[in-house]
Design a protein around this ligand. Structure first.
Ligand code: NAD
Length: 356
């Protein structure tokens, strides 16, 4: 198969981790006889420096014409204090909106090899954890009408959802639950919010199309508690934009290792943008320190969700486990007695494990 991948390395450690991920994808291509063609484009601070805008139209067009997008991270102190409203993060919002990415997938996986990084007690977390948070990404309060009174002494933000927006994210979530443990938790605030009442009604109606998946409803405040009380009761969680923003960070941080967590943002046709959960880590940029695993696992999600290459995705995920089993650790996940390696060595080891 031939696939066109837009690469958006961005700022800070972005170029370091994207470089290693490309090596891994090339190894996948060689092993499974696929041709991955890469087109690199600029976004974020580096694009502000060069073109005066965080998201040049040529970058958006390249992404729109590709089969999938792989992004590093954007931002850094250099652009934090800049006057004006051109900020690196505008590239992320522009890409989500411009590419119609309404479904955000955030797996929270605790690798048995990294149990010590987990913030929960061993008897609560057990040996491993594997959750998937499905977050609606382009509706709700983040996109509703907002404003301030003329006197500036009051402000408002509006949460609104349409049935269509709820249906499409719910179908995505059921589809994913069907491929996992067939258990879906829908999170809302049905006792207070009208949007949540519409959410729950719609989710229940869509559920009739998926009788093989067990559906449970939970209030968001309870879900926040239950995630740290007994995370194993969950498998797939679906929720609206702001609840998902908060719960996906909570679920992710249970695993304790920010350098390990991938994410995907999808459209209805499974086109997607893939990026690590972490930021541009300017403190370690260009020093061969950054952990490339979050980005490499994001590429595995690209293989699975956009290209439908399940075997290839599992090969990358197994390669990561194999390298962790062999004791290789980047600085962020190393503990005494383990072998500390740099970004390049970690990337090469995973690419070699993919090659078999
Ligand atoms: P960050 O995730 O960049 O860094 C937090 C800490 O984790 C730092 O100590 C960093 O060194 C470490 N870290 C992060 N990724 C790592 C990796 N792969 N390997 C090893 N260590 C890693 O968060 P921050 O410091 O709050 O933000 C830095 C910049 O990144 C800011 O400009 C912020 O706006 C931006 N940011 C971008 C995105 C994105 O592009 N999606 C997301 C979050 C933050």
């Amino acid at each position: 198969m031939q696939k066109q991948i837009a690469l958006v390395p961005g700022d800070g450690i972005g170029p370091d981790i994207i470089r290693e991920t490309v090596e891994v994808l090339k190894a996948v291509g060689r092993r499974f006889r696929h041709t991955f063609c890469f087109t690199e484009c600029l976004a974020g601070g580096i694009a502000i420096d060069r073109y005066g805008t965080a998201l040049p139209s040529s970058t958006l067009e390249t992404c729109q014409m590709s089969d999938a997008v792989l992004l590093g991270a954007v931002g850094g102190p250099k652009w934090d204090d800049m006057g004006g409203d051109e900020r690196p993060e505008k590239a992320l919002l522009g890409l989500r909106a411009g590419l119609g990415l309404f479904c955000n997938l955030r797996p929270a996986v605790l690798f048995p090899q990294l149990r010590k990084a987990c913030t929960l007690r061993p008897e609560i977390i057990g040996d491993e954890l594997d959750l998937m948070v499905v977050r609606e990404l382009t509706g709700g309060i983040y996109f509703g009408e907002r404003g301030r009174s003329a006197a500036g002494d009051s402000a408002f933000d509006t949460m609104s959802y349409t049935v269509m927006e709820i249906e499409r994210i719910t179908r995505m979530a059921f589809g994913i639950a069907r491929k996992r443990k067939r258990l879906l938790h829908s999170i809302d605030k049905h006792n207070i919010l009208e949007t949540s009442r519409l959410w729950r009604e719609t989710v229940k109606r869509v559920a009739r199309e998926y009788p093989d998946v067990e559906l449970k409803h939970m209030y968001v405040d309870n879900a926040a508690m239950q995630l740290v009380r007994n995370p194993h009761q969950f498998d797939v969680i679906v929720t609206e934009n702001m609840f998902g923003d908060i719960l996906s960070d909570e679920a992710a941080m249970i695993t304790g290792s920010i350098g390990m967590l991938p994410s995907a943002s999808l459209r209805h046709d499974n086109f997607g943008l893939y990026e690590p959960v972490h930021g541009s880590a300017p403190d370690i940029a260009g020093k061969d320190i950054a952990n490339p695993i979050a980005t490499i696992l994001s590429a595995a999600m690209m293989l699975r969700y956009t290209f439908g290459m399940e075997e290839e995705a599992q090969t990358v995920e197994r390669a990561v486990l194999q390298v962790l089993d062999a004791g290789l650790r980047t600085a962020d996940i190393v503990t005494p007695g383990e072998e500390k390696v740099g970004t390049r060595a970690m990337g090469s080891a995973i690419a070699a494990a993919v090659a078999g």
